[in-house]
Design a protein around this ligand. Structure first.
Ligand code: NAI
Length: 329
């Protein structure tokens, strides 16, 4: 049995973890983990963190000093953890590689369909008694070229869904998926994907190589004013460059579930606060931008799988056997 401090815990996390837990001692904390809250981990065996908790070197050093031996991510991505420092300090880092790739892929499709047909605007109009259709013109997805960047667990499902909508699907990845090849998906280089896609969806991880993968240069090489969709990680896109692209028309429309500065915004009710982020505020002014606040993972099935795998991962760290789902530098 391990004492696990669960940071950034929301009601849906508590429900999932309580239902899945059999042996561990769970302490749910509202606070986001960072240098100012790390004291809440004192005496714990493990901390459980999410996408916007700060698990940088100074925080890891403080965790280590307080006797914590495991950082359990309840998500797939681990770009917020300094893995080298964790290894040096002897802290095991574990994650949940695949809790429900369907959840994220289906949300990606939901964003594509809603943005294309301007469902977000139509919903408000009809409720307001405005039945005008001006400004709601979309395009047929059938016959268009959809570019999928990253065909791992999530991207492969996104590519299939788009193929079933009768898109021509082109993809970029370091390794081609044989089932997608069989289906007729074409693996191309990034430049061809930028030039030929009417729709580009980002489903790769955030790494040093993919940071600002979509920058002013890449946007300038887009030939078809594509819809750009990001359900990967915020910093895959240079947001200011995307704003410039929306203004010039180089980007036709933009759907985001992630934002590079989301850590200071997402997962909290800030409706009564003055928005301090001018870049985000500008994004909200575009009629052709649709943003959800990092909710692509949020299905019952995913939450249940996240809790079960995270608790099993922690059990494995404190057992004699091999560690499950360990992330190494
Ligand atoms: P995965 O590891 O199964 O697949 C990622 C794929 O991207 C791999 O095939 C890899 O070869 C490829 N890739 C890496 N670098 C690339 C590059 N430079 N260009 C093209 N492809 C590249 O990961 P999975 O499960 O498909 O997740 C993808 C990302 O989605 C995660 O890293 C995470 O950041 C994000 N995610 C977002 C969620 C949300 O709620 N919005 C939830 C879960 C994951």
């Amino acid at each position: 049995m391990a004492d696990i401090r669960i940071f950034s815990a929301k009601p849906y996390d508590r429900a999932g973890f309580d239902a899945a837990n059999r042996v561990h001692d769970l302490v749910f904390l509202d606070a986001r983990l960072d240098a100012s809250t790390v004291d809440l981990a004192t005496g714990a065996d493990a901390v459980c963190v999410f996408v916007n908790d700060d698990v940088s070197t100074p925080v890891l050093e403080e965790l280590h000093r307080r006797g914590v031996r495991c950082v359990a991510l309840r998500c797939a991505g681990y770009n917020n953890v300094d893995l080298g420092a964790a290894e040096r300090l002897g802290l095991a880092v574990v994650h949940v590689p695949a809790y429900s790739p369907n959840a994220v892929a289906e949300h990606t499709l939901a964003l594509i369909l809603a943005l294309n047909r301007r469902i977000h605007r139509a919903y408000n109009r009809v409720r307001d008694g405005n039945f005008s259709l001006d400004g709601l013109v979309g395009f047929d997805l059938a016959g268009k070229t959809a570019g999928v960047v990253g065909t791992g667990r999530i991207g492969v499902i996104v590519a299939r869904l788009l193929w079933h909508l009768r898109c021509r699907v082109v993809a970029v990845d370091l390794v081609a998926d044989p089932h997608l090849l069989e289906l007729g998906v074409e693996y191309v280089d990034f430049e061809q994907l930028l030039a030929e896609s009417d729709l580009i969806t980002l489903n790769c991880p955030l790494t040093n190589e993919t940071h600002h993968l979509i920058d002013a240069g890449a946007i300038g090489r887009m030939r078809r004013s594509p819809m750009l969709v990001n359900t990967g990680r915020g910093a895959l896109i240079d947001t200011q460059a995307a704003i410039d692209g929306l203004k010039s028309g180089a980007i036709g429309s933009l759907a985001l579930d992630v934002y590079e500065e989301e850590a200071d915004l997402f997962f909290e009710d800030r409706s009564d606060e003055i928005l301090d982020d001018d870049v985000f505020a500008r994004l909200l002014t575009f009629p052709n931008v649709l943003i959800t606040a990092h909710q692509a993972f949020l299905t019952r099935e995913a939450l249940s799988a996240i809790a079960t795998t995270t608790l099993d991962n922690v059990s494995s760290v404190f057992s004699d056997g091999p560690v499950s789902n360990r992330v190494r530098a």
